[in-house]
Write a protein that binds this ligand. Sequence first.
Ligand code: PGA
Length: 251
Amino acid sequence: MSRKKIVAGNWKMNMTQDQSINLISELNQITSNDVEIKIAPSFTNLSKAILILENSEIEVIAQNVHFEERGAFTGEISVEMLKSIGVSNIIIGHSERRKYFNETDIILSKKVKVAIDNSMKIIFCVGEELSEREKGNHFDLIKSQIINGLFELSTDKIKSVIVAYEPVWAIGTGKTAENHQIQQMHEFIRKLFKDNYGNDISNKLRILYGGSVKPNNAKEIFSLADVDGGLIGGASLNFSDFKAIVQAAHG
Ligand code: PGA
């Protein structure tokens, strides 16, 4: 089963408007038919990014969304607002949201629901802390994150989901998971989808790896059987690194 690879850059809380415009103009030169490229700038940089990349194949996506459709939620951004500027894909459940903003499985399942009910695609992130892996709890934890966050979706709606497996201990630490750990978890996730939604959905599901993907390890990671690309933090802020990672995703 061949699945198109995805390389998605998560800029997190980085880049002023000028810095963002500079990087996007550089990225605009990348052409790539075989790989889906996505970037997730901060909310303030989304509109400009969409404008600059109007004729590009690079998709501009959001890093977060609120779970209510509208109302008295000072400082929050709704799915309708994102839609109105041309965003159609959102990262939900990043470990930094879970950890620093107390986003629980219940909150995340509401975010998933509001996004998908409004025809958005999502990249849903899961991942374990080092302590959980050391206790041997990592498979159970990932299973509960996936079941609680996603498995209320119908077979039709689950098609809009991409999963990103990001072990928390590998994010921004320069420490990547071992290849066999990555493959084992991706295979486990695909099996969960198979058991719940059947072969067709699980074969088509794209599962990204995230956590210190760099130009020097990307090719090896992307060649693992159940890895369909990467969610890239730090290295997505540097044009030549990101370009090299996109290159590595070519078959
Ligand atoms: P990193 O971040 O590539 O800097 O480790 C990955 C992520 O948080 O998505």
